[in-house]
Structures are given as structure tokens and as C-alpha cells.
Design a protein around this ligand. Sequence first.
Ligand SMILES: [Zn+2]
Ligand SMILES: [Zn+2]
Length: 140
Amino acid sequence: MDAIKRLQSHHIKPSLQRIAIMSYLMEHCTHPTVDEIYTALAPDIPTLSKTTVYNTLKLLTEQGATQTLTIDERNTCYEATTSPHAHFLCKRCGRIYDIPCHKHTQVPSEAQCEGHTVQEVHHYYKGICKQCRMQEEQGS
Ligand SMILES: [Zn+2]
Ligand SMILES: [Zn+2]
């Protein structure tokens, strides 16, 4: 699915900047921050500001086209994958990995949630990632 179709399917008017931000997120599954997205897109879109990136991401998230992550308390990260999955944050390199969703990370039924409607489920794991562990082993 391309970015325009994705925006339209979430009832968002596809402006140039929105398309650029949506495509960036669909192509980069690294959970980028506002700063990262801005730095990557600014050379191509001279009219882009950090505020626009922030506001666009807010809109995309409100409309369900993107998902917000607050695993890293210093930064809010964004991703285009909106299906439930868990995240692993490496405390050493700061990279965020997607972890496939297990049964227990799925949204419980309303009855199980005391009548509340669950809209988001976040599962965060923190530790040392595979790459950092490998570097450590090679270094010692
Ligand atoms: Zn790491
Ligand atoms: Zn993710």
C-alpha cells in the first residue's frame, strides 16, 4: 500500500508533507523521532518545519495511520506498523526492535477489561540487544 492510499484510508487529506512523512515511516521501521524524520526530509522539503512534522504525526496517530511509542522516556518515537506488537529497547545503543506479538499481548475483550474500551496496548522490554552483546563478546 502506498502512502497516499494509506492516508486516504484513514480519512487524511494527502498533502505533500503528509505523504512524505507517511512514506518515510513506511520505509523506515526504525521507530524514528520527530527530529530524525525532520532531519531526513528537510533537504527535500524546504518549507518543512519541526512543528509541521510534530503536528502531522499527531494527526496521523489520532487517525490511526501511525503509532506512537514512549518506550524511550526522552523521545517519542513513531512507526507505521499499527498492528499490536511488543518493543525491545536496547539500553546500550538506544535502538528499538519490533518483537512479534504473542497471544497474551492481544487486546482482551471488553468484558475482561471491566467494560473499558482498549485502544492501545504497549508492551515494552528493555535490555541489551543482540548486536551489542555480540560486540561485547568480541571485545573481551
Ligand atoms: Zn544495542
Ligand atoms: Zn514497532
